[in-house]
Design a protein around this ligand. Structure first.
Ligand code: ZN
Ligand code: ZN
Length: 821
């Protein structure tokens, strides 16, 4: 932090005020709504933090303050606001950090949480600490395990072998999102591919509902950027599944969104792992096929998905029959086709697909055009794939020649279906959710394996399966979770037959912990149920959820999926958990992203120590539009502090002025109503910077005319309260109130008074300005002249004289031409 800015000396001392009110809120239970009887429940949720050793950073402060401002505003509007907070403390971040510093996570996490709690209290959030939770608490993860069992019972959890990204350094499976340019997001090691037995959730069964609800504004009023990201992630496409016959083996099934181009399918490409590759590979090609497969196995999934410029592949030697032409087409393998996506095979149409065109060109495979635009010569040799061809007509496609593309799509699909070669179908890009982690720091998946009974769920009354203490919790190269090393924990009797059983040693993904925490918040005191149905009925779905757009897909999608599963099991009355979601922006420092290596990380504690939490909150909210973020500069923080000092002084003056009971100045009256309207609308739209600017402008207007009328100052204090809660409480008390300012009501305004209906008009006598009058806008001429003549400054020049001419320029000017009487 630079030292060029220091708060001015002033009677307002944030240290004293903030400590005082934080203690008061605790003593008076100010932030604890009655969860069983609240009449206007408003669930104000913010994304719970992962308690890192560094403490809350300024980005967290920005997000939490913005969400807290909203909650406090709603409280002032008369809602019973529930604003809980907790800690997302399981997971690989905590575990890797624990390994790095050589302290056990079970020791480290409570320490970090204590520090976070201290910071959050300092921030002055309206948190209901009675309902604090941590995902690492057995009272919490007991129910995370219970949740797994509900999915298992509903047939939505299954185990399969799957290729996964493997970081040889972290010794764990990585999600695709954790792989950046082929390297581990955390440690930078080149990621490999492994095949492991893993637990999956069938989120793909819900793809159509997850997509359809995004269009339902009555269920989900969400930021557009977030719904767009989810739509893209779900990746719905319409097309057909087609079979290409193979001699002596099952057909090769492909999915295509362009069945109309089948006459141009001149070769096929399979994923190297495709089960038919062995049957297709000829003796001559077998060696090349094997070598290629091994090379691919060493590469990670992400770079395969992104794709290299250079296409590589190997001919299997085998052929399949194109069902439209009846002709054999060569079958290749290439790493750009993934087993995990679709059927693991594609029909290649190099005449109309960029990637297939590049591949065909490289390996000299035939290219046939099957769509041509009107007037185009269908036999011109192709130089590049014709992508933009949906407006064309079919060529080289037998009896379908001449049909426009959309018609051909229908006709060719029907024709292939009749011939038993395919079916019309819809596909999603979404994958099932892999929840297995071969790590230590997570909730053990509650399954016991028995040679006689198979995978047996742990009975619910035996939950939680406690995460055992392990001195050495580091993962090793085996791909087996460290939990297997604790023999006493690992070997248990089978719950079904009593024979020897072995516990599942994988722990679950942290995204499962966070997929239901909003339910648990409402019910933390119940130990016999994951959530209380009547509490959830009162408070859920969550009224407003504010969080980062980096969670636009995984966390929010998984939470929606889990809610749907519980809804279908009759346990929730809703299937969309978050009625309103708003993504906040990000804070940068002097134009650059904050990072430790750049040394530009802002430590909030230092700023709070110097300026106070209220000033810091106001400063953060003033940086830019909340949903866009802003640039943190050391030079701006004294502005909000001066503003608070001036409001403090105004409150002082107001105590004296009330007794005088002076009339409200007209311009103040208008400004007052305008400000109330503007601030209300701005906060409601999360445009906090606009609201603060309006408050500052209002303060200046009051100072200009030396107005400290009590009613006006009182409203100003209430409007400042969401941003500077401790400060506002203190001012409220100094105004003589004995209740919390948050029990006051939000100021209302009179729309008629938000528009200044009066205008100031210059009055000239014989062309010289002699005075100014204030009249209603668009007043009739006679009234304007009467007012002009009544003005003492004007009267001095008109009294006793004859008015020869009266000129009125509406709302601007009066000119009186007078002569000697
Ligand atoms: Zn790594
Ligand atoms: Zn058994």
């Amino acid at each position: 932090m630079t030292d060029h800015e220091q708060p001015e000396e002033h009677g307002y001392s944030p240290d004293l005020v903030e400590a005082k009110w934080q203690a008061r809120w605790r003593e008076r239970h100010t932030n604890e709504p009655d969860l069983d009887r609240a009449e206007r429940p408003f669930y104000n949720l913010m994304m719970f933090p992962y308690p890192s050793a560094e403490g809350l950073h300024v980005g967290n402060f920005f997000a939490f303050t913005g969400a807290d401002v909203y909650g406090r505003f709603k409280r002032l509007q008369g809602f019973d606001v529930f604003e809980p907070i907790g800690f997302d403390a399981f997971g690989i971040h905590s575990e890797n950090f624990a390994i790095k510093v050589g302290i056990h996570p079970a020791e480290l996490i409570p320490r970090n949480i204590a520090n976070f709690r201290r910071q959050l209290e300092q921030l002055g959030g309206m948190f209901d600490w009675r309902h604090e939770l941590s995902t690492t608490d057995p009272n919490y993860y007991k129910w995370t395990q219970w949740l797994f069992l509900q999915l298992f019972k509903a047939g939505k959890a299954y185990k399969k072998q799957a290729a996964v990204n493997w970081c040889p350094n972290c010794r764990t499976v990585l999600a695709n999102e954790q792989v950046v340019a082929g390297e581990c997001e955390r440690c930078g090691t080149v990621v490999e591919q492994r095949r492991l037995d893993q637990w999956f959730f069938r989120i793909t069964d819900y793809a159509d509902r997850l997509l359809a609800n995004l269009d339902d504004n009555t269920r989900m009023d969400w930021s557009d950027s977030t719904t767009a990201a989810q739509r893209n992630w779900l990746g719905r496409s319409e097309g057909a599944e087609l079979d290409f016959a193979v001699e002596g083996a099952g057909p090769i099934r492909v999915f295509t969104t362009r069945p109309d181009t089948i006459f141009g399918a001149t070769f096929m490409v399979l994923a190297p792992e495709h089960p038919l590759v062995d049957a297709l590979a000829t003796a001559a090609q077998r060696g090349a096929v094997e070598a290629y497969r091994q090379a691919v196995a060493a590469r990670d999934l992400v770079s395969r998905k992104v794709g290299d410029k250079e296409k590589t592949g190997v001919f299997t030697g085998g052929h399949a029959i194109n069902p439209a032409t009846g002709q054999p087409v060569p079958v290749w393998i290439a790493d750009y086709v993934l087993m995990e996506y679709g059927t693991g095979a594609i029909m290649a149409v190099p005449g109309h697909d960029e990637r297939d065109f590049a591949f065909a060109t490289q390996y000299q495979l035939p290219i046939v055009r099957v769509v041509a635009l009107d007037g185009e010569d269908a036999d011109t040799p192709l130089e590049a794939a014709v992508e933009d061809n949906l407006a064309g007509r079919m060529v080289h496609s037998g009896r379908f020649d001449g049909l426009p593309v959309p018609e051909a799509k229908r006709a060719i699909t029907d024709w292939l279906a009749e011939g038993g070669h395919g079916t019309r179908t819809i596909r999603y890009r979404l994958y099932d959710w892999c929840i297995s982690r071969q790590r230590y720091w997570g909730p053990p998946i509650p399954i016991i394996y028995c040679d006689a009974c198979g995978a047996v769920p742990v009975p619910e009354h035996d939950l939680p399966v406690i995460l055992p203490e392990l001195e050495d919790f580091r993962p090793d190269d085996s791909g087996i979770s460290p939990l297997a090393r604790n023999a006493e924990w690992y070997h248990v009797p089978c719950p079904t037959c009593g024979g020897p059983g072995r516990r599942e040693t994988d722990v679950s993904d942290t995204f499962l912990d966070s997929a239901w925490y909003y339910l648990r918040y409402t019910s933390t005191e119940f130990h016999d149920r994951p959530f209380d149905t009547s509490r959830v009925a009162r408070w859920c779905p969550v009224t407003t959820y504010i969080g980062g757009n980096e969670h636009a897909v995984l966390h929010l999608l998984y939470s929606r999926f889990i809610a749907m599963v519980l809804h279908d099991a009759g346990m929730l009355h809703f299937e969309e958990p978050f009625a309103r979601f708003r993504a906040h922006g990000l804070i940068v420092k002097d134009g650059a992203k904050m990072s430790k290596s750049k040394g530009n990380v802002v430590i909030p504690d230092e700023y709070i120590a110097r300026w106070g939490a209220d000033t810091f909150r106001m400063y953060l909210m003033f940086l830019g539009p909340f949903q866009e973020g802003g640039d943190f500069r050391d030079s701006g923080i004294s502005g909000p502090r001066r503003f608070l000092n001036k409001v403090w002084d105004l409150v002082d003056q107001s105590q004296a002025v009330t007794l005088a009971g002076n009339e409200i100045h007209h311009t103040v009256l208008i400004k007052w109503h305008q400000t109330k309207k503007k601030v209300t609308e701005a906060i409601d739209g999360l445009s906090y910077n606009t609201a603060i600017a309006a408050l500052m402008e209002f303060l200046n207007a009051l100072r200009d005319v030396n107005c400290s009328e009590r009613q006006v100052v009182k409203d100003l204090v209430v409007m400042v309260a969401p941003f500077a809660p401790h400060f506002a409480e203190e001012c409220w008390e100094r105004l003589g109130y004995h209740t919390s300012v948050f029990d006051a009501s939000w100021p209302s305004w009179d729309d008629a008074l938000t528009v200044d209906r009066r205008v100031e008009i210059a009055v000239q006598v014989n062309g010289k300005t002699r005075g100014k009058i204030t009249v209603p806008r668009d007043a009739v001429e006679d009234a304007v002249i009467a007012a002009a003549l009544a003005d003492p400054a004007v009267a001095r020049f008109t009294d006793g004289k004859a008015i020869l001419k009266r000129i009125v320029v509406a709302n601007r000017l009066v000119n009186l031409v007078v002569g000697e009487g």
